[in-house]
Design a protein around this ligand. Structure first.
Ligand code: ADP
Ligand code: MG
Length: 274
């Protein structure tokens, strides 16, 4: 039998600690021994309430914060301990999308230039084909050519987040770390952005580490869910199983907090309208 393909991302015993606020207190780890695998083309959702360590995990995976312990392996290469020079050629393959869609765009850069920037920085800009490539990326994320002329403040939140996704795609990533990518968006535009992400994954086979505090939101999007609580992963499983039959008490709390997916509501007839 041949070995199964190795994971795109393998995280083992990850620890992230911040300095204690008072001198007497021991620093409490924000991430306290997190381990998971993520395979190519897969969406793993990291779900948990605010402060449980999701963004700290993301920062360590993206190499934005050096972990205090454990290992982050991307395509079989250990990232922790790599210096910036060795990390640089890997960065395009590992792209973040953050919660605040405007925060990741430069206020004075027009959309067209924002999307071209990664190509320029990576030495892949070609004067003949570059503009077409940018137009193609804008189209791919559902924006019109005329959006290319706009400045970030002339975009809606959903449009700005699409620009953020186009910028990430410009780098041809194999893994995208999406940290609450729709949490700041109007609920009316969330589904459109989530559908776009699903389509892109089907087309490009990119892996998603999808961070979210809302279990209901990831149920249909994620292949697997890892539930985080207090810096640890307390439960992992296929998204549907975790939502339908949560095993850990904390997962049950998350499920119970979402009446729309609580198993009990499925069996209870809807109350008749007044
Ligand atoms: N830069 C920081 N300095 C000190 N503590 C931090 C910092 N960033 C996060 N924390 C703390 O680490 C814990 C985990 O935070 P975070 O990873 O942002 O969680 P989440 O993304 O799940 O809301 C929280 O207790 C938070 O207060
Ligand atoms: Mg966070």
């Amino acid at each position: 039998m041949t070995d199964p393909a190795p994971p795109l991302l393998r995280v083992r015993d990850l620890v992230v600690r911040y300095p204690a606020r008072t001198r007497r207190a021991e620093p409490v780890p924000a991430v306290d021994g997190v381990s998971f695998d993520l395979y190519a083309g897969e969406t793993l959702a990291l779900v948990g309430e605010s402060g449980c360590g999701k963004s700290s995990t993301a920062a360590a995976v993206l190499g934005l914060r050096r972990p205090d312990g454990g290992s982050v392996c991307f395509e079989g290469r250990e990232l922790t301990g790599m210096d910036e020079r060795d990390l640089r050629p890997l960065r395009p393959a590992l792209q973040p999308v953050f919660q605040d869609p405007y925060g990741s765009l430069s206020p004075r850069l027009r959309v067209r230039d924002a999307v071209a920037e990664p190509l320029r920085v990576q030495g892949r800009w070609d004067r003949a084909t570059g503009p077409d490539r940018v137009a193609e990326l804008l189209d791919r994320v559902g924006l019109d050519p005329e959006h290319g002329d706009r400045l970030p403040h002339e975009l809606s939140g959903g449009q700005a987040q699409r620009v953020g996704i186009a910028r990430a795609l410009a780098s041809q990533p194999r893994l995208m770390v999406l940290d609450e990518p729709v949490s700041a968006l109007d609920s009316s535009v969330r589904a459109g952005v989530l559908n776009l992400l699903t389509d892109l994954q089907g087309e490009l086979g990119v892996g998603y580490l999808f961070i979210c505090h809302d279990l209901a939101l990831v149920r249909h999007l994620a292949h697997r869910v890892a539930v985080m609580h207090g810096g640890r992963i307390v439960e992992t499983g296929p998204a549907r199983r975790v939502c339908a039959e949560p095993e850990h008490p904390h997962t049950r709390e998350l499920v119970a907090a979402m009446p729309s997916i609580a198993p009990a509501t499925a069996a209870t007839p809807a109350p008749s309208a007044p």
